[in-house]
Design a protein around this ligand. Sequence first.
Ligand code: FMN
Length: 310
Amino acid sequence: MMQYTDMHDRYLLRLISKKIFLYTEMIATGSLIYGKCLDQLDFNKEEHPVGIQLGGSDINDLVECSKMSEQRGYDEINLNVGCPSDRVQKGKFGACLMLEPNLVGDCLKNMQDAVNIPVSIKCRLGIDENISYEFLYNFISIVKESGINIFIIHARNGILSGLSPRQNRNVPPLKYDYVYKLKEDFPELEIIINGGIKSLEESKTHLKKVDGVMIGRAAYDNPFMLKDIESNFYNIDSCTESKKEILNKYLEYVEMQLKNGHNLSKMMKHLFGLSRGDKYAKTFRIKIIEIMKNNSLKGHKEDLEKLLVY
Ligand SMILES: Cc1cc2nc3c(=O)[nH]c(=O)nc-3n(C[C@H](O)[C@H](O)[C@H](O)COP(=O)(O)O)c2cc1C
């Protein structure tokens, strides 16, 4: 999630669940190729399995970035066909590509031909007035000819004018039944549902109909919600560590990354959600803000630990 998640957040999430599949935020091909912002490709080896999400629609650029991503060691490459922001539309990528299924299919085919790791897509149900199931069915029918097999579907339409990206994540109604129907119509595809899913219980209900669940905001706001993934879905023991233990491991990581020149605030902000639901959650968050303002962890680690309930 752009401006939210990064390699540090993914490190924190991986401390809580060993099995979840993590994705980067969308990285525009232009910023890698022409902006030379190659540090956006950085990740920790502990993050595996981790996919990179690319934003773009120029086939050559997508192929080049796919190769770079594979070389860096990513486990999957995902193409963003769901972001509705103005900036992204001007660059002719994101959700507006839902009107160009042939181009999307060509991009994905060329990307998949260029690498040996899976290529996937994340898209919406449709855009603007294209709200019928037939629109989605037609889009997927064309795109699947690229040979890719993993489809992540944000179960809402995107509205390209009149709604902000934030409104686009809340206002268009969720239509989970469209995604369930896709799985019925294309049983050979791996269909992953996304949008508004807040708990492992809800995930279980979806998994009766589709192959996977993607959780965005709920996992960012309350990372500890992921702690029972293994016992619930993989029949193995879940994370047994307490929030305090997770905190201490993450702070060890923060101290190590400070020496590598990473920014303290950017790493600390991911801890806001760790105290979610706890008695001293607000004080914990205030303490983090204080640490960010002082730009120093010194002397605060124990205070933070005490503010977590367990
Ligand atoms: C701040 C923010 C940034 C986001 N950035 C991305 C992004 O880079 N790529 C993407 O595919 N989706 C992005 N999303 C959308 C989420 O991945 C997800 O599709 C959407 O929030 C609905 O799922 P959720 O209800 O589980 O959050 C972003 C969402 C938020 C809140």
